[in-house]
Structure formats: C-alpha cells, structure tokens
Ligand binder design. Structure first.
Ligand code: 3PG
Length: 311
C-alpha cells in the first residue's frame, strides 16, 4: 500500500481551489465590515453621493501611494486601455451610487435581498441585448429568483421606492460592469488589482461633478455639523472605515474575477449577500417577518439553482 504523491497538475488544481477559497472568504468578510460602517455613516450623515465619492477617492489615493512607493507595481496603460475602461467605469459609478442611495433609504438587508436578483438581470441582458440563448432550466431558475425578490419586497416593513429602485438600477449597472470588465481584462497585462485601481480613479473623475451637483458642499457642511454633534468625532473613523473597506473588498473581488468566470463571480457575489444580510439584521436589529425571510431564502435558493442550470 504505497501512497503515490499527487500528480503536479492535481496539486496545482487543488492549490488554485484553495487560493480562490481564500479570495472568496476575504472578499465576503471585508464586504460585511464595509456594509456595517457604510450604514452607520448613512444613518448619521445621509449623503450617499458624497460617501460614494469618498470611497472611490480613498481607494484611488491608496493605490496612487502604493504605486509611488512601489509597494505595488504601476500598470503600463495606453489610451486604448482607458477608452475600453470608460464604459466599465460609467457602469461601476452608476451601480455604486445607486446601491448607496438605496442603503440610505432602506435596511442594508433589503438592498442586498434585491441585489441577490443580479443573476436574473445577467440572463435578461445577455438574452435581449447580446442575443445569447440559454437552456430552458436557466430560464426556469429565474422564477424563484424573481418571485423570491418580489415576495421579500412586498412584505418589507420599511419599503421605500427609492431604496427599491436604487438596488434594481445597481443590479442592471453591475451586470454591464462585469461583462465589460471581463472583456477588458482578457489578454491584457494589467492585473485584477491594478485594473480595479484604474477603475476607481476613472469612476472618481466621473462621479465628482455629479455628487457636487446633486448634494454639494453646503449640504455636506451642514450635515457634517449635525453628525459630529449627534455622534461625536468617531463618525470620522466610520467614514474612513467604510472608504477603506470599500476599496479592499472590491480589490479582492477583482483579484478573484481575474481567475474565475463571470458566472462563478456572480454566484460568489450572491453567496456573499447571505453573510451581509444575516450580519446586518443582527447588528442593526432589523425587524423581519417570517414571510419576508422566506422571500429572501427563495431568491437565494433560486440563485443556487441558476448556477447548477448554467453549468
Ligand atoms: C456599492 O456601494 O457599490 C454596493 O454596496 C456594492 O454592491 P456589491 O455588494 O454588489 O459590491
């Protein structure tokens, strides 16, 4: 009974699995922390356009410093790269602001329940805009996803139309972002980490004028005074935490997108929402009715069926 050592290719396949597993676990943990601080900030300082801008600004700054100090190697990019990145950045900006606006109006858990419907958007966009067709089971798996989200929405105790629409718009925008990013990253020498850094910088440039137009310095100054007087100086740390963790979780998610298909990515993303939904309900003591929880569970189960049908 001599045990042979595993073949090199089996070993490297196992190592790859472990690596993706570590990426996923880190991505989900960072995302939970981001969501908690983001909501704490939005409760005290309800200016989602500014907080979205600060998250992008913080990430851009972290990466510019890393490149300048050679902690990370700066990417070699040309005009063509930034041109291809532009639509991705537009989609990223819209998806990010829309999700943050949503979370400023409703419970974090509700935004993420609606966002668990992202695979349905992915199929509909691929079918109607890209002309891709799928086997019947894929379409059938959309029924529990859409039905579960709808049930959760109609039974949500604190339903708010802006909160609901923000999450829906974010779903649509992120489907485009993921399709375009995967295309943009294919065959390019820019790593997932640097690709996301460039995406942050471009999104920041796109978002800043809109944030000033929609909210603007006067509102921010008045809101900031209120937040400081009600919460105290710790609100500064909450803003810093939400910005830093926003960048980190996205960076890790792009590092995994580098290695996996958009499908695996979107399934991993939906599974991530389970940890966010559960932890935010516990931390913010969000009231949930059983039928509301049932809707969320059906939607998430639908995503699982979808991933099976798509394989
Ligand atoms: C955002 O602010 O961009 C959203 O919270 C992110 O949504 P995601 O969970 O799809 O990354």
């Amino acid at each position: 009974n001599i045990e042979l050592p595993p073949k090199p290719e089996t070993r490297s396949a196992a190592a790859q699995k472990v690596k993706i597993g570590i990426y996923f676990a880190t991505w989900w943990a960072l995302n939970v922390v981001f969501n908690i601080y983001n909501k704490k900030v939005l409760n005290a300082f309800p200016y989602p356009w500014l907080t979205s801008t600060l998250s992008l600004a913080c990430g851009s700054l972290m990466m510019l410093i890393s490149w300048a100090t050679r902690i990370a190697e700066a990417p070699k990019t040309d005009f063509e790269f930034w041109k291809t990145l532009f639509p991705v950045a537009v989609a990223h900006t819209i998806g990010h602001v829309a999700a943050t606006v949503s979370m400023s109006k409703v419970a974090v858990s509700f935004t993420h329940i609606i966002k668990s419907g992202e695979p349905a958007f992915s199929v509909l966009v691929s079918r109607f805009l890209l002309g891709e067709t799928f086997p019947v089971p894929v379409y059938l798996s959309l029924l529990p996803i859409i039905g579960g989200c709808a049930l959760a929405a109609v039974t949500e105790l604190n339903f708010n139309m802006i909160g609901f629409m923000g999450a829906m718009i974010s779903n649509l925008a992120f489907v485009f972002r993921n399709i375009f990013s995967k295309r943009g990253m294919k065959g390019k020498s820019v790593s997932g980490m640097n690709y996301y850094a460039c995406l942050s910088i471009l999104s920041l440039l796109i978002l800043t004028p809109f944030a000033i137009a929609v909210e603007g310095p006067q509102m921010w100054a008045a809101g900031w005074q209120t937040a400081l007087s009600q919460v105290g100086p710790q609100v500064i740390w909450w803003v810093a935490a939400q910005s830093i963790f926003y960048h980190l979780y996205n960076q890790v998610s792009y590092m995994s997108l580098d290695e996996i298909s958009p499908l695996t990515f979107s399934v991993g993303n939906t599974m991530k929402r389970i940890s966010v939904i559960v932890s935010s309900i516990i931390i913010f003591r969000t009231p949930v009715q059983p039928v509301n929880a049932l809707g969320a569970a059906i939607a998430i189960f639908g995503t699982f069926l979808y991933s099976q049908a798509k394989q």
